[in-house]
Ligand binder design. Structure first.
Ligand SMILES: CC(C)(COP(=O)(O)OP(=O)(O)OC[C@H]1O[C@@H](n2cnc3c(N)ncnc32)[C@H](O)[C@@H]1OP(=O)(O)O)[C@@H](O)C(=O)NCCC(=O)NCCS
Length: 137
C-alpha cells in the first residue's frame, strides 16, 4: 500500500464543500479531470474568503497545488479550507481535499493540497481593505 493509498483521518473542522463526482467529470484515463477539481476548490475557497472579507473576492494566485492521488467517478469529495494569512486586501487559504470511495465504508484518502490567494474587491473590481476585526471564517 502506497502512502497515498493509506486511509487518513479528516481535519477536525468542517469542510467548506462536499460533492460527489459524476461520470461526466472523468478524463480519457478514466479518472477525474484535474480542472474539475480546481473549479471545486475555487468555489470552496470563495466561501470562507468572501465571509472573512465581508463581500466579493477574486482568486488572484494559486501558490501551490499538488494532486497526490487520483479521484474516481462516484467518490465523495470533501474540501477543507483554512485561512492562514490575512493581508491588507488579500488572504491566503490552505486547502486539503479528501475522498471517500465507498459510502458504506467511511475510509478517507487525502488526494490534493494547495495554497490559494484571494483578494477582496469592490464594485469596480479593484482591491479593497479586508475588515480586520472580523473573526468569521
Ligand atoms: C485581483 C486583482 C483585482 C488584484 O489587482 P492588483 O492590481 O494586482 O492588486 P494589487 O497589486 O494592489 O494587489 C492586491 C493584493 O493582492 C496580492 N497579490 C497580487 N498579485 C498576487 C500574486 N500573484 N500572488 C499573491 N498575491 C498577489 C498583493 O500582494 C496584494 O495583497 P495585500 O493587499 O494583502 O498586500 C486583479 O489582479 C484581478 O482582477 N485579477 C483577476 C481576478 C479574477 O478574475 N480571478 C478569477 C480568475 S478566472
Amino acid at each position: 500500500m502506497t502512502k497515498a493509498e493509506r486511509p487518513v483521518s479528516l481535519p477536525s473542522y468542517p469542510p467548506s464543500l462536499r460533492v460527489v463526482t459524476m461520470p461526466s467529470d472523468i478524463n480519457h484515463h478514466g479518472v477525474i479531470f484535474g480542472g474539475w477539481l480546481l473549479a471545486q476548490i475555487d468555489a470552496a475557497c470563495f466561501i470562507p474568503a468572501a465571509t472573512r472579507a465581508c463581500g466579493y473576492v477574486a482568486s488572484v494566485a494559486i501558490n501551490a497545488m499538488t494532486f497526490e492521488s487520483p479521484v474516481h467517478s462516484g467518490d465523495l469529495v470533501s474540501i477543507y479550507t483554512n485561512i492562514v494569512r490575512v493581508g491588507r486586501t488579500s488572504m491566503t487559504i490552505h486547502v486539503e481535499v479528501y475522498t471517500q470511495r465507498n459510502v458504506e465504508k467511511p475510509e478517507y484518502h487525502r488526494v490534493a493540497t494547495g495554497e490559494w490567494v484571494f483578494v477582496a474587491v469592490d464594485e469596480n473590481h479593484r482591491p479593497r481593505p479586508i475588515p480586520q476585526e472580523s473573526s468569521a471564517k
